[in-house]
Design a binder for this molecule. Sequence first.
Ligand SMILES: [Zn+2]
Length: 530
Amino acid sequence: MKRQALWAGVLLAAAAVAGDAPADGQRWWAHIAFLADDKLEGRNTGSEGYRKAAAYVQGEFERAGLRPGGTDGYFQPVKFNSRQIVESDSSLTLERDGKPEPLALGEDAVIGLRVNPAKAVDAPLVFAGYGLTVPELKYDDFAGLDVRGKIAVYVSGGPSSIPGPLSSHYQSAAERRKFLARAGVAGTCVIANPIAMDVPWSRSALSRFQPAMSLDYADLDESGGLKLGVTINPAHLDKWLAGSGHSAEEILALAKARKELPHFALAGELRAKVEVKRSQVESPNVVAVLPGTDARLKDEYVVLSAHLDHLGVGEAINGDKIYNGAMDDASGVATLLDIAEQLHATKPKLRRSLLFVVVAGEEKGLLGSKYFAAHPTVKPDEMVADLNVDMFLPLFPLHILTVYGLDESDLGKQVRAVADPLGIRIQPDQEPQRNLFIRSDQYNFIRRGVPALAFKVGYEKGSPQEATAKQWLKERYHAPSDDLQQPVDLKAAADFNGVILKLAEVVANQDARPAWNSDSFFRRFAKQSE
Ligand SMILES: [Zn+2]
């Protein structure tokens, strides 16, 4: 996107709102206009653009009268190991009966670098269904399967017999890797499940050139000792299944229907050669406090979180190589800044303190929030709730609010109490197969026992709004076109911000701290940390 077009974009976005664009919507958009400007170059973790964004957020926190909440003023520095593929020196080859079949990187499969790969891996392949272990349900894709020292090939997702939150939890990288390590798996080849693919393969494949990262702290290493992580294009799955007696059509039909999958050895071996450029980078989380007024409750914190990083500068799409991340997640950061500003203007008495946590490294695997949750700048048990705002997509009026984690804690009751009088209907996650409950920063708080919610502007199944949201994901999600030149409903954004602000106030003022529901799967983490 060129600079010239930018202001046209702002006007266009404002003009796209039906009727009058409310001042509070404009105020929210102004933060996005700064954070998603080309000058910030997509705010990649470790980049100069991210540094500028962090300085902006600090300035806005100061302006709103919030106190520093980091370890270095408002900042909490976080160190990352960065890895970038040298694809010209890397390869994947299937070998059967001594005959090599080279795979096209980017087309057949991509080598992912969230796993710190070995230079060379040469191992047999085993098809392990969904590659999932769920001890509570005695579900184990590795039971009776010989995968030691081998590469596990599996489809992302899980069978419909496993309830959503449970399935999502055990599909998280950290949980999966525990069980992969226990089974002795050397590496993984994950078949992207077509029902969960938000973006077309061709676009997601381009992201392989972006640096992947892990936290540079031994105590937070959850890699499980894997030596290789590959993602397989489902459209070319037959290459991998040749000689196994199974077809891609059969496997993908079962996966799409979320049915049980078979388990079997694949013919031949995979040879991988991986060349990586490594470096270390640092980016801060930005943290601020609005102190509570109650002598006792002010030592309890309601966390409001959003991620500041996006994907930076990458492969050009339609001539644009800046991945601005206007909705993902400048929009969520803007919500937090707007809430801080409104609280500064109206100065309501809040009994508990609010902790604003704006994190780095979300796009690299929720890393900044993982670091923060492990090393919070307040006492861990003083965090009573997390309300996370990530890409809530105000593309149409806010009549329905989709709430992730709705049925897990009494925060669900509170959000209903806030939304009902406004005529906003609350609904739970309508697409559990997309794993949104574990796909943003709230999850790192949940894993530390903190009840949490995440939100999106919702829609009914089969409605035109659903089509709009799906289209947005297909065209703009993790693409350079998630920029300042897109139509956004500023009234919906302002309404959304109002709900989150009100919810934060209610949670800060309620007598008892939020609690997990007695039947919630996630309650166990609270027990662990008690
Ligand atoms: Zn994202």
